[in-house]
Design a protein around this ligand. Structure first.
Ligand code: SF4
Length: 510
């Protein structure tokens, strides 16, 4: 519930979304203009710090879209008029980092800009204890909201601005706005989005997760699975293509179960098939795939359609069937290996990446060896390896037999060696070949990415410079070319493999 002191909002807002939020965008504009805070000459600035996964980064693009529609201008520094922290709660140390940032921004507000707006949102705010802590210890925070209603940022900001206005007459009033919904309601479409890149974009296809892996907090903070209607997804991708976007990443906690609960009869494979026909989209990626839901139809569509990248991120988590059961993953080591066999039979060049947890409660040396064996057998192209982190609120946090730290560390190092070996061996197979590359940035970045405003640094477009691009297998290549190639797909000869990235040369440099 929103805490609005007094009946301040006399103009009736629409009850339907997105009309309601579009209404509040206009009201915020009027209010900021009337108070002289925002004029044609003077813009207010905003900054969003995003923690966690691609879903959060995507949510931040939506928050930015609404703020820019109100008239805020983005800045990279936290010395802004409005600062939002979009938080993550997957691992406990992510929270510690957020508290550090809040302390820092609180000081800026106190010393330099008392009218600054500070907001906290995201997964951490779906946990009642964290909200209580924020309320008690950080009274300078103005807006708190969760994952289920982040589309309401305009409404919440408007409420805060009105509260502040009321406080001028009645100093005892509290102004802060707290609105955290326990459960997700429907999916709100058609609000403004500020895409971070001009040539690639993340597209949500579903939200939430029904799987309840015993180590994971996601089902508790992101709610049950909800799929977007295929017509809304297709419309968004068509619009992105018309703006010049070449690569899309379909996002969901478990994309393979897309379609469940929708009125239409559609699967993830069928959705991919449709999206791969959209003109202008040259590459489609997706994450994350749960092995238990990976269908033969999906493998078939991946192998038939050229626009779908020959890369799959397929979290293994453990190579021990005993531990997989304790993790509630619903597949065995054998099931996983069978899937990998099917993928490789259909697409011999497919890159397979994974997530692995080391030190899950009760993990024995035998279990761990089984994980190493699976890694050797699959020969992953890369792996995100995690030391098990006890997450309060999940069943595994209460499991006995937490593995001692020194043993976990030693296993972790062994696992890294095995994965590094297979990554390097697989990557080196492309040396001497010509491959398609999406040019992502000027300079030799190991992260890829793009200048934050979608433009490249100020040197002549024709000058030959260092470029970084991404292959279909998700690895980066550094090569020389004109900066006007950023955002284009070009052919690059792979000269050298540096284990987890390449050096190459443009096939045609005229
Ligand atoms: S599939 Fe498991 S690990 Fe992934 S989000 Fe759902 S509960 Fe978490």
């Amino acid at each position: 519930m929103v805490n609005v002191p007094g009946n301040l909002d006399l103009i009736e807002a629409p009850t339907k979304e997105p009309e309601r939020q579009l209404f509040y965008i206009e009201r915020c504009k009027e209010l900021l203009a009337a108070s002289g805070q925002m004029t044609d000459e003077k813009k207010l600035t905003y900054h969003i710090s995003t923690f966690g996964c691609q879903m959060n980064f995507r949510d931040s693009e939506k928050l930015a879209g609404v703020l820019e529609s109100i008239g805020y201008e983005r800045v990279e520094s936290e010395k802004a008029d409005l600062v939002l922290y979009n938080t993550c709660t997957v691992r406990e140390n992510a929270s510690t980092r957020v508290y550090g940032r809040i302390g820092y921004v609180g000081k800026i507000k106190k010393e330099k800009n008392p009218s600054m707006v500070i907001g906290i949102c995201g997964c951490m705010m779906q946990e009642p204890d964290e909200v209580e802590k924020m309320k008690k210890s950080y009274s300078f925070i103005d807006i708190i909201f969760g994952t289920h209603n982040s589309y309401k940022i305009a409404e919440l900001l408007y409420t805060l601005l009105m509260n502040r206005k009321a406080k001028e007459k009645n100093p005892s009033l509290k102004t802060h706005v707290i609105d955290v919904q326990k459960e997700a309601t429907g999916i709100v479409e058609d609000l403004p989005v500020r895409y971070d890149s001009t040539f690639r974009a993340g597209v949500n296809i579903m939200y939430g997760c029904d799987n309840f892996c015993t180590y994971c907090i996601v089902p508790y903070v992101r709610g049950r699975e909800r799929s977007r209607k295929s017509c809304d997804i297709i419309r968004e991708v068509e619009e992105l293509a018309s703006r010049g976007v070449k690569e899309i990443m379909l996002l969901g906690q478990n994309v393979n179960s897309y379609g469940k609960g929708l009125d239409e009869d559609i699967t993830f494979a069928a959705l991919l098939d449709k999206l791969s026909d959209i003109k202008g989209i040259k590459r489609i990626r997706f994450m994350t795939s749960h092995p238990k839901d990976l269908s033969d139809d999906l493998i078939s569509v991946m192998s038939r359609k050229e626009t779908i990248c020959r890369h799959i991120h397929l979290p293994l988590q453990s190579g021990s069937s005993r531990l997989l059961k304790k993790m509630n993953r619903h597949y065995t080591r054998e099931d996983y290996l069978t899937l990998v066999g099917k993928l490789r039979a259909a697409m011999p060049d497919i890159a397979i990446t994974t997530d692995i947890i080391v030190g899950f409660p009760g993990e024995t040396e035998e279990d761990f060896k089984e994980t190493l064996e699976v890694c050797e057998e699959v020969s992953f192209d890369s792996a995100f390896t995690f030391i098990y982190s006890k997450r309060t609120g999940t069943p595994a946090a209460a499991f006995p037999d937490q593995v001692p730290e020194d043993i976990v560390k030693e296993r972790f190092d062994r696992l890294l060696k095995v994965v590094a070996h297979s990554s390097a061996a697989n990557a080196s197979k492309l040396v001497g070949k010509d491959v398609d590359v999406l040019v992502e940035t000027v300079g030799h970045s190991l992260e890829g990415g793009e200048a934050s405003d979608g433009r490249t640094p100020e040197t002549g477009d024709d000058a030959v410079t260092a470029l970084t691009g991404r292959l279909g297998n998700n690895l980066l290549v550094h090569f020389e070319g004109r900066k006007s190639l950023v955002g284009e797909i070009v052919r690059v000869h792979i000269d050298e493999c540096k284990d987890f990235y390449y050096l190459g040369s443009l096939c045609v440099l005229d």
